[in-house]
Design a protein around this ligand. Structure first.
Ligand SMILES: Nc1ncnc2c1ncn2[C@@H]1O[C@H](COP(=O)(O)OP(=O)(O)OP(=O)(O)O)[C@@H](O)[C@H]1O
Ligand code: SF4
Ligand SMILES: [Mg+2]
Length: 339
């Protein structure tokens, strides 16, 4: 049975103009500077799935998240959510109900909760704003949401500073769920938390996904976390998706040299004695990205063609990969994580 597509992203781009002001450029010299934060990303997410984006800092993960929830308009490309084109500002404005059906959870549960509001009011705000319920029903719903995320209905009376980091992230999740969304964009939701608390929050997110039939776009730089929570994984490098596949396929037989480099660097969690190879080299500036395949400055398999020609994504053995060496069949076999 075909799965229902919830989100379809096509050739999404977002450039930021970070030039000095015009007068400074005239007086001091220097041209326009544009950050190509997201440069042609395409993927789709089916109902009930978790699609994860991974990649080093600055590769454009958060910008993709912000484009999808409408915090930035795209420079180009399309975002279709439940059949409505949200990349078109007029369409987005015409469908506030679609906007409400997607919510975002941020990395920092300290910054995302208003410290002067009681937790009950923080969680009730989307319910009141959208007039979903009134009077005593709002309080009852807030209590229900707090219990759903493993807190107590009585916690509604407290302020955010009275909670630990993990508890605050539970409050953020309760607030995100208040408007009854079916799609959550989670940008590094556990990165600011202790490892033991991370596992609790990830488990809670999985339970909520199953009980409420939620779909997630999950963003993390932590591949171990991603391997636990995702249905599919997309690997980003300098604003582009270089490989995406079902989670097991990507971890068992990664094809792109960058994916392999990231996997080689995962700490040896199961103490198998596997040598860890740190990620080599620096990410180039997205203001002036390398020509051709932007990974060529760090890739051990780069050739003249790689320096000249942007590789297009091809579907190979059920995974999508943008690499000339894969297309030319000249990459060595992946020796596996246990090697
Ligand atoms: N509002 C902005 N104005 C100018 N440049 C921006 C803006 N937002 C992001 N960028 C730039 O776009 C690129 C992608 O940033 P983004 O925050 O999406 O990366 P990320 O993958 O989320 O990184 P991290 O893992 O550190 O959170 C970076 O070079 C960043 O400096
Ligand atoms: S296209 Fe070339 S440079 Fe880019 S990842 Fe493949 S082999 Fe390396
Ligand atoms: Mg980010």
């Amino acid at each position: 049975m075909a799965q229902e597509t919830v989100l379809q992203v096509d050739n999404l781009k977002r450039y930021f103009d970070v030039s000095k002001p015009w007068l400074s450029r005239v007086l001091e010299g220097g041209g326009r500077q544009v950050v190509q934060a997201v440069d042609g990303v395409s993927f789709e997410i089916s109902k009930g799935e978790t699609f994860s984006l991974v990649g080093e800092s600055g590769c454009g993960k958060s910008t993709v998240a912000r484009l999808i929830v409408g915090l930035y308009p795209p420079t180009d490309g399309s975002i279709v959510f439940e059949g409505v084109s949200l990349s078109n500002p007029a369409e987005r404005a015409r469908h506030p109900e679609k906007q409400a059906r997607m919510q975002m959870i941020f990395q920092d549960p300290y910054a995302s909760l208003n410290p002067r509001w009681r937790v009950g009011d923080i969680i009730a705000e989307p319910i009141r704003f959208r007039k979903l319920l009134e009077g005593g029903a709002v309080k009852a719903r807030v209590g229900e949401l707090l219990e759903q995320v493993g807190l107590s209905a009585r916690d509604a009376e407290k302020y955010p500073h009275e909670f630990s980091g993990g508890q605050r992230q539970r409050i953020s999740i309760a607030r995100a769920l208040a408007g009854r969304p079916d799609f959550l964009v989670c940008d590094e939701p556990t990165s600011a938390l202790d490892v033991s608390v991370q596992a609790q929050i990830l488990n809670l997110m999985k339970e909520l996904q199953a009980s409420l039939n939620l779909t997630y776009l999950f963003i993390s730089h932590n591949l171990a976390v991603v391997s636990h929570v995702s249905t599919k994984v997309g690997v980003m490098y300098l604003g582009r998706l270089v490989e995406w596949a079902e989670t097991r396929t990507l971890f068992n037989r990664p094809k792109h040299p960058y994916t392999r480099m990231l996997l080689d660097a995962i700490p040896d969690l199961d103490m198998s004695g596997r040598a860890r190879t740190p990620v080599a080299g620096e990410v180039p500036s997205p203001i002036n990205p390398p020509s051709g395949c932007t990974f060529h400055t760090r890739c051990p398999f780069a050739t003249e063609r790689c320096r000249a020609e942007v590789p297009q994504a091809l579907s190979v053995d059920g995974q999508n990969v943008a690499c000339h060496a894969v297309e030319e069949g000249r990459l060595p076999e992946w020796r596996g994580l246990a090697a």
